[in-house]
Design a protein around this ligand. Structure first.
Ligand SMILES: NC(=O)c1ccc[n+]([C@@H]2O[C@H](COP(=O)([O-])OP(=O)(O)OC[C@H]3O[C@@H](n4cnc5c(N)ncnc54)[C@H](OP(=O)(O)O)[C@@H]3O)[C@@H](O)[C@H]2O)c1
Length: 338
């Protein structure tokens, strides 16, 4: 099979398409012929050497696929062979074939294309965990979605709108019109101006009840300030550190130095909460993740879950796909096809 291999740490030139032996499903596993694989910001950070959760290099990244079941291992019902599915993959998804434990496989809703199917798991599960499970967002509350035009950002917008909350979102200005069309109440340009005073003005100085922040560094200090009493802040990434080579290491260091240090007494006296999420550390909680997936699939059928694929790149165009995401050009999801 052909697979997209991250051969080492560095710029996009370390990305290669290589031929590898076809995987064989073991007991309890299924073999999927991949039609589309999601590209995530984690893949960029892994290539840059800034993603400690990634497998040792050379490696095939890929947390999510859609495709067709080609074979099953012992103990798995063979009648599912030929079925279109969506699956969460603990790496290896950016390949023509991947094996996955059958518990991580879900039927692909017919109304979604394979590309949309591959855009679903990471973005929507992350947003669901942040907003519903941990953030507890309610109808009469307001949310600030940082990086609202990204993959997780658009999923978060769908979920916040479904809950009936008032939505604020930071994004590059070129993405604002699209975000308004998707239903974002207040897009804020965070690239050319300080977003905090604008948010405070828009909320009559009150701030918001929930902020989801994947930027990290000193942005977390600003986000904490923007919380209204009873507000919660979910941290789930450090995009600010993104860069290759020594520049990346320095930016990561700067992000760590710029991070706030929270004190429980301070949280108590301010009536604010902080929580963190790493979906990649939820593999031991399959039942929880499966229950979130079922809710998201209901949303697909009802029409409020709308995975938006911005661009599709072939495996051979992997360097362009990484450049596109790293260069902040994407609005929504970038998907790879074999
Ligand atoms: N902890 C978890 O479980 C988890 C799961 C999924 C994703 N994440 C994190 O969530 C964030 C978004 O992930 P995603 O996969 O949905 O990607 P994405 O948002 O689609 O990624 C690209 C976008 O990020 C924004 N961005 C902000 N700072 C950036 C920087 N320094 N360099 C490049 N782009 C930057 C840009 O949009 P603008 O136009 O807004 O600048 C860009 O278009 C990432 O930090 C990722 O690591 C965490």
């Amino acid at each position: 099979m052909r697979a997209v291999v991250t051969t080492g740490n560095g710029d996009v030139r370390v990305m290669k398409v290589e031929t590898r032996p076809d995987p064989v499903p073991a007991s309890g596993e299924v073999l999927i012929r991949v039609k589309a694989a999601g590209l995530n910001f984690a893949d960029i950070l892994a290539r840059q050497g800034l993603y400690p959760d990634g497998p040792p290099k050379p490696c095939v990244m890929g947390y999510e696929v859609s495709g067709i079941i080609e074979a099953v291992g012992a103990g798995v019902d063979a009648s599912i062979i030929g079925e279109p599915v969506i699956a969460m993959t603990r790496f290896g998804g950016q390949a023509e074939l991947v094996v996955v434990p059958d518990a991580q496989v879900f039927e692909k809703p017919a109304q979604l294309s394979f590309e949309q199917g591959a855009a679903l798991p990471v973005n929507y599960l992350t947003a669901w965990a942040l907003i519903v499970t941990m953030g507890g967002l309610k109808q009469d509350e307001a949310i600030l979605i940082h990086n609202a035009g990204g993959g997780v950002g658009l999923a978060a917008l769908d979920i916040a709108r479904y809950l009936g909350a008032r939505t604020f979102g930071t994004a590059s200005p070129g993405k604002h019109e699209f975000l308004r069309q998707r239903g974002l109440d207040h897009p804020i340009d965070y690239r050319n101006q300080d977003w905090l005073p604008i948010l405070m003005e828009l909320t009559n100085g009150r701030g918001v009840e929930l902020i989801i922040d994947p930027l990290g560094g000193k942005n977390w200090k600003q986000s904490f300030r923007a919380l209204r009493p009873t507000g919660r802040m979910g941290v789930f990434g450090i995009s600010e550190a993104s860069a290759s080579g020594i520049k990346g290491k320095l930016k990561a260091l700067k992000a760590i130095i710029g991070m706030p240090r929270f004190n429980p007494i301070g949280l108590m006296n301010r009536n604010k909460g902080i929580f963190g999420l790493n979906l990649g550390h939820m593999w031991g909680e399959g039942e929880k993740v499966a229950s979130w997936t079922r809710e998201i699939m209901i949303g697909v059928h009802k029409g409020w879950v709308r995975p938006h694929v911005d661009r599709t790149f072939s495996f051979a165009e992997i360097a362009d796909a990484h450049r596109y995401l790293e260069g902040r050009k994407n609005t929504g999801k970038v998907v790879l096809v074999p």
